[in-house]
Design a protein around this ligand. Structure first.
Ligand code: GCU
Length: 612
């Protein structure tokens, strides 16, 4: 629709319904394009009863806050005003920006005004890094889309909605919890609401590279192979045949051109490279190559690492060699004081703590973290387990819940499937067994593999106490995963003195990762090792668990719970928890607890064993 027509219709208040055709598939590598950041001060209105969206009969109103209406005559009645409302720095969670909103779960409206001066660009996408949880997005009063899911990016085509001069974006954000959501209505982390990651206007050519994949093929098992094989596939933003896509890696003096088919796609194509010329990505040498992708006259660049990841019996092989994943679990929270982490600096701080611990691996729990976390880890040589929040008691029978989980999985994979350090897609955490759960997760696992056959699939399972001192992993999902992972809490939810007597039965010929173990301690609280909440209690728990887990055959890695104390509404013990889960090896202020050094020593031994 052209702009004049849109403006006339908007003035008549007719077109508030939607320009729903604005929703676009997620663009690959958005950061490669020229963009205008919309980060900064946004006005906000706390709308507890969603007065700005529904009329008094709870029907969506045409006169909602998204109109950003102003009185035209003295007698006009307008009961909101974004310009006179308070402001908040975006990206952020509202809980830490306004103390009135610390516990708030509901709707907050956000408003950003911005100018456009003679910007000539073929197409403009409005890109959100993430909004938690339910977002309605409006541009100059037009509804462009409704996004569900708190941790994955999304984008809209707003080309025809922007005008010279003043424009505005208005977002209705609602973080209320519901049983049919993903995650469901209970979870052990803070329900941070808001526009929690970057917002920007991305300028792209009329025809752009919607998605691409550049990966190193697994070795054919030929010993001392002289040739490596790289595979490439791509999808244009339009279904047009005959376009030339050129991939070049200047450092390797490599350039290949491909032609799109009638779907606008380049189906997986391979090309060879001399093995001795290609430096593989690894934790020890996180080599990234600048890769240029050209479509007709437009070129973008990405930083790509080449490596292979696979399993062989109970081993995980990185570039064909067994690797022990010295990991730690991390929530997407700022290093100091809580709130959603959202910058490269936050990422570097948290990842440097993990490296100090001796880690080559992190479990980004329990949902996709911000993109910079993955990209900084890739530069630092840290492998990644990335997960969608299919957590605890999901509404397994609800088709909408499945579609929601599938969409979040799709966008997690689309955003990061060119990151060499991402080796595991996790589809669930601690989900109670049932036929419906097995069906839901089985379909999700198969879909994940259809989207990306190059990475490993896993999920954090639960062990069942087969008898007093035997823990057995008996999960129907074992046939859907490449790596068998489970959480266990001997020492915290069960007496630590049982640890030496425990036997672990894992009847699957697959690598094993202990995706959680640990216990709580308040930093600075000291006492006997049997005194719960002391640092000594946590220290002893780590000692006993490490001794116990080291005996598990096929143990290929651990991601203890957790790097840093984190906010949780479920942890309310005064003077000890105060709405923090205290299982961190670092306090919420970044102070190391004694257990840190126990794990650090074990990982030091593991690293030296690996290097021999
Ligand atoms: C579970 C869960 C975590 C939770 C942890 C705990 O294993 O996966 O999200 O925080 O236990 O009890 O602290």
């Amino acid at each position: 629709m052209n702009k004049l027509f849109l403006c006339l219709m908007a003035m008549m208040g007719v077109l508030t319904a939607s320009a729903q055709d604005a929703v676009l598939p997620l663009i690959q590598n958005a950061k490669a394009y020229e963009s205008v950041s919309l980060n900064g001060e946004w006005n906000y209105i706390v709308d507890v009863q969603e007065e700005g969206y529904y009329d008094y009969r709870m029907n969506p109103t045409r006169w909602g806050f998204f109109q950003n209406a102003k009185p035209q005559r003295p007698e006009d009645l307008i009961e909101y005003d974004f310009d006179k409302s308070p402001t908040m720095q975006i990206p952020s969670d509202w809980n830490t920006q306004d103390e009135r909103l610390f516990f708030y779960e509901g709707t907050v409206w956000f408003y950003k005004q911005f100018k456009i001066q003679n910007s000539k660009s073929d197409k403009v996408l409005l890109y959100f890094g993430a909004v938690n949880y339910d977002a309605h997005v409006y541009v100059n009063g037009q509804h462009v889309g409704h996004h569900i899911g708190g941790f994955t990016p999304f984008n809209y085509d707003v080309t025809d909605l922007l005008k010279e001069g003043e424009n505005n974006v208005i977002v209705k954000v609602d973080n209320k919890r519901h049983a049919e959501d993903v995650p469901t209505q209970i979870f052990d982390w803070w329900n941070y609401g808001g526009i929690t990651r970057d917002v920007k206007l991305v300028k792209v050519p009329a025809l752009y590279l919607e998605d691409y994949s550049l990966q190193l093929e697994k070795a054919k098992g030929v010993k001392g192979e002289k040739q490596k094989t790289i595979s490439f596939s791509a999808k244009l933003s339009k279904k047009e045949a005959g376009h030339r896509i050129t991939v070049s890696i200047p450092e390797l003096k490599l350039e290949k051109t491909f032609t799109t088919d009638a779907e606008g796609k380049v189906q997986t194509s391979t090309f060879g490279i001399q093995a001795k010329k290609l430096k593989l990505w690894s934790p020890e040498n996180p080599k990234l190559y600048e890769v240029r992708f050209s479509v007709d006259a437009a070129t973008i660049t990405d930083q790509i690492g080449f490596r292979t990841i696979e399993t062989k019996g109970k081993q995980i092989l990185l570039n064909g060699r067994p690797v022990f994943l010295r990991g730690i679990s991390i929530h997407n929270e700022k290093p100091n004081g809580g709130g959603r982490a959202n910058s490269a600096e936050d990422a570097r701080t948290l990842l440097s703590w993990a490296q100090e611990l001796g880690c080559n691996f992190v479990r980004l729990a329990h949902y996709p973290h911000h993109e910079e976390m993955v990209r900084e880890a890739e530069k630092m040589g840290i492998l990644v387990w990335s997960e969608i929040p299919v957590y605890w008691t999901i509404a397994w029978k609800n088709p909408k819940t499945f579609e929601n989980a599938k969409q979040q999985l799709t966008d997690m994979i689309l955003r990061d499937h060119n990151r060499a350090n991402v080796i595991i897609w996790s589809i669930a955490n601690e989900t109670p067994h049932s036929p419906e759960r097995d069906d839901f997760l089985g379909r999700l696992a198969q879909y994940a593999r259809s989207m990306d056959s190059t990475r490993l699939i896993s999920m954090a399972m639960e062990v069942t106490g087969a008898s007093n001192y035997v823990n057995r992993l008996n999960d129907n999902m074992n046939k859907f995963v490449d790596v068998v992972s489970f959480n266990q809490y001997i020492g915290w939810y069960r007496d630590v003195n049982d640890a030496p007597k425990m036997k672990w039965e894992i009847p699957y010929d697959k690598p094993v990762i202990i995706s959680e173990f640990g216990g709580g301690a308040r930093y600075g609280y000291h006492g006997e090792k049997n005194q719960r909440w002391t640092e000594e209690f946590q220290e002893n728990l780590y000692r006993e668990n490490i001794a116990m887990l080291d005996k598990i055959e096929g143990l290929s890695g651990t991601t203890p719970w957790i790097l840093k104390d984190f906010r949780s509404p479920r942890r309310v013990l005064p003077g000890i928890q105060d709405y923090y889960n205290r299982k961190g090896l670092f306090s919420d202020k970044g102070e190391k607890k004694k257990a840190f050094y126990v794990l650090q020593e074990w990982y030091r031994q593991k690293a030296s064993q690996a290097s021999h």
